[in-house]
Design a protein around this ligand. Structure first.
Ligand code: FMN
Ligand code: 173
Length: 389
């Protein structure tokens, strides 16, 4: 089903009294999903670092930008399609890597279900290193939709190489290397509840299924050996000196996730990276930072069209998607919202969240007279801060 059909179905359904089973409003979706999740997952999924000020800023930053309507440019059909690393996509959306999504459905196969959402919507899934099913099984469930693999680079270089070569062999189309989480951030809500799923042996299927990791633990390890071995190797504090080695691991496109400074973006492209992923990890890693959206224009300018720029952190509505594109993102990833959809309503719930984002973005482009993504330039936006100061 195309997202235009979804719009029609929702409107006709609602007008004739058939309301969809899942909320449209993000706050309501979050509240219902958190109630549906087991208590030990609530703070981990919804929470962030420190006072969660950065996390709140991620969301509120979108209000700074106002999309200016243009008239007599009405188009019955809008075109939201993009091409990314040679693959055609019907919308500029991606599903951000979320390490515990596997635990967010009652059967503990949430990674597979996220892949099924991807297959149903055509929105690529970026599968996390921290899966509850092996990466090979997850990519099969994405069907014809492209999929990317997100690497948490372990200290053990052979393990890193093994994870990347498995992803390549399994059919993933790109590797996203997350740079901002080689150590977990300061997360008071998780600290207060003594809760960290990985330390309870959860979401480690890509490690336990890996031949190099199996050598590290020895045969038939008990659960505490698995966790101890994982904790010992999880995060490699990478520097620029590691980039050639990372580059050498694969011929797939490599994107660096967590880039917020223009100089980092410029240098990464100069050193042969294929894509930049501007993100502050949804405000989960470092508090006291600005909204990720505020870093996007500088990153886009530094990249200067040499590579695609993916953006995430705080995207909650179709309007947010449109604004991020107008600020120069090539594609926009969504994190917590699709996880909430899955937690609340399984695959149909996840599909509802993705389709709603697409439908709203499409309608805004229609109503406001920006029929294609290339019409969405910075001229489409007014900076409300600047106007009022
Ligand atoms: C519960 C949870 C787990 C996450 N796990 C990962 C992960 O394994 N790898 C990664 O690169 N990012 C991870 N992220 C960060 C997301 O990829 C993304 O940057 C963030 O969720 C975007 O912000 P949003 O939730 O406000 O949309 C995680 C986010 C959440 C909420
Ligand atoms: O929770 C996260 O955001 C995350 O990606 C993570 C994964 C492992 C260790 C610390 C954080």
């Amino acid at each position: 089903m195309a997202f235009g059909d979804y719009q029609l179905e929702l409107y006709l359904g609602a007008l004739s009294g058939t309301l969809p089973p899942h909320p449209f409003d993000h706050a309501e979706l979050e509240a219902n999903a958190l109630a549906a999740l087991p208590p030990e997952l609530r703070t981990y999924v919804a929470g962030g670092s420190g006072t969660e000020g950065t996390q709140r800023a991620n969301v509120s930053a979108f209000e700074r930008w106002a999309l200016v309507p243009r008239m007599l440019n009405a188009h019955a059909e809008r075109d939201l399609s993009i091409e990314l690393f040679g693959k055609a996509l019907t919308s500029p959306l991606l599903m951000a890597p979320v390490g515990v999504v596997g635990l967010c459905t009652p059967d503990q196969h949430g990674d597979i279900h996220a892949a099924e959402v991807s297959a149903a919507t055509g929105v690529p899934l970026i599968g996390s290193t921290l899966m509850s099913d092996p990466l090979e099984d997850v990519v099969v469930a994405t069907g014809d939709t492209p999929a990317w693999f997100q690497l948490y680079t372990p200290k053990n270089r052979e393990l890193a190489a093994s994870l990347v070569s498995r992803a390549e062999a399994a059919g993933y189309d790109a590797i996203v290397i997350t740079l901002d989480t080689w150590v977990p951030g300061w997360r008071p809500r998780d600290l207060a509840s003594g809760n960290f799923p990985q330390l309870r042996g959860k979401a480690l299927a890509n490690y336990t299924s890996d031949p190099v990791f199996q050598e590290m633990t020895g045969p038939d390890p008990d659960p505490s050996t698995v966790v101890f071995t994982w904790a010992g190797t999880f995060g490699n504090p990478l520097t620029w000196d590691d980039l050639p080695w990372l580059r050498s691991l694969t011929s797939l496109p490599i994107l660096l996730k967590g880039i917020c400074h223009p100089d980092d973006a410029r240098r990464a492209i100069d050193e042969g990276v294929d894509g930049i992923y501007c993100s502050n990890h949804g405000g989960r890693q470092a508090d006291g930072g600005g909204a990720a959206l505020d870093w996007l224009p500088g990153v886009v300018d530094a990249v200067d069209g040499r590579a695609p720029v993916v953006f995430d952190s705080g995207v909650r509505t179709g309007a947010d998607v449109v604004k991020a594109i107008a600020l120069g993102a090539t594609a926009v990833a969504v994190g917590r919202p699709y996880v909430y959809g899955l937690a609340l309503g399984g695959v149909p719930g996840g599909v509802h969240v993705i389709r709603s984002l697409q439908a709203e973005a499409d309608l805004i482009m229609g109503v406001d007279g920006y029929p294609t993504l290339s019409d969405l330039t910075r001229d489409a936006l007014v900076d409300q801060h600047r106007r009022s100061s």
